[in-house]
Design a protein around this ligand. Structure first.
Ligand code: SF4
Ligand code: SF4
Length: 322
């Protein structure tokens, strides 16, 4: 199976056609992470939104790929009571070799098994939330933000729900909260420029300069990403660039990416993020295939070398802590 075919299998059925939402009353989030120190300046609240229009083979947050709430199975918590088999109306769970086996392709995400499982082995990933309710969660953290902190909208690709993000930014800005977003910028510029212009900081990924490679390992061309990065610079919107370092996949792209970043005078930092193998377990829990199983994290010495190479190429590179 080719990498592109593998990338397609990572996408839950129907998601590829999921529309970007220009105006949503409600958002769908997986997690509101408090006291985050890796998602922008200072102490922040990071809101992870569901939905993504890329299919990176190494995805660190596969639970945010699908737009809708979905089921996850945590085998370590299972006590083998078989209550989920009885509860499932779709016949998606069968008892095999002393344990429940889930056929995720048959799962209708009704969450009856989650209700039935008292061991916490079946969990619902994702919840709908109204803007005012999410603002209340964020406001609880505001006393800890200090001068630099604030809120970061992440994912997945938060701009899939850009109508909701725009509402949240408006509410947060009224409260004097610094707002940032983590995005891949893979949209037509006209559809995202308004929300980007409303933000204090845009953190965006550049994963590869080679278009064919980018398409192979993310499922999409990088043309919009690079064009939008230049437009962000022309608009003078403060930005941080992020590059995940995936051994054997895009390491060789780091210098070319750094040379590109060096041409963007709105970029204050170029963060290199080492691949983290922990995502493999997340794919298993969601019943999704993991295309880079067994891949190891890059050595610390290799990360130092890449940071030095990127700095020599002119970007303000630093290692982002994993
Ligand atoms: S209900 Fe929960 S604990 Fe019981 S068999 Fe199913 S997953 Fe395991
Ligand atoms: S969420 Fe899926 S596996 Fe669980 S009861 Fe519903 S259809 Fe069955």
């Amino acid at each position: 199976m080719s990498l592109v075919e593998l990338a397609k299998t990572v996408a839950p059925a129907g998601l590829a056609a999921a529309p970007a939402t220009p105006a949503l009353a409600m958002g769908v989030v997986t997690e509101v992470q408090r006291f985050s120190v890796h998602d922008g300046p200072g102490i922040r609240t990071t809101v992870f939104l569901k939905g993504c229009n890329l299919r990176c083979l190494w995805c660190h947050n596969p639970e945010t790929i699908g737009l809708r709430p979905q089921l996850a199975y945590l085998a370590a918590n299972c006590v083998g009571c078989a209550a989920c088999v009885e509860a499932c109306p779709s016949g998606a769970i069968t008892w095999q070799a002393g344990r429940p086996v889930t056929d995720f392709a048959r799962c209708g995400d009704c969450f009856a098994c989650v209700e039935a499982c008292f061991a916490g082995a079946r969990v619902r990933i994702g919840r709908a939330v109204a803007p005012e309710a999410l603002l209340a969660e964020i406001m609880a953290d505001k006393p800890y933000y200090g001068d630099d902190g604030g809120v970061t909208f992440s994912g997945g690709e938060p701009l899939i729900q850009r109508g909701f993000v725009a509402q949240m930014v408006e509410l947060c800005r009224r409260e004097g909260i610094h707002c940032a977003v983590e995005t891949a910028l893979a949209f037509p510029w006209g559809s995202i420029k308004a929300v980007l212009a409303s933000l204090d900081l845009v953190m965006f990924d550049v994963k590869a300069m080679d278009e064919a490679l980018h398409r192979r390992v993310t499922g999409r061309s990088n043309k919009q990403v690079l064009a939008n990065a230049r437009r962000l610079a022309e608009a003078g919107i403060p930005a941080i660039v992020r590059t995940p370092v995936i051994p054997g996949v895009n390491e060789q792209e780091v210098v070319a990416i750094a040379e590109f970043v060096a041409t963007l005078d709105n970029v204050t930092a170029h963060e290199l993020l080492p691949y983290n193998p922990f995502a493999e377990e997340k794919f298993t829990r969601l019943g999704l295939p993991f295309a880079v199983a067994g891949l190891k994290a890059p050595a610390a010495s290799r990360m130092r070398e890449l940071v030095d190479l990127a700095r020599a190429a002119g970007s303000p590179a630093r290692r982002m802590e994993d």
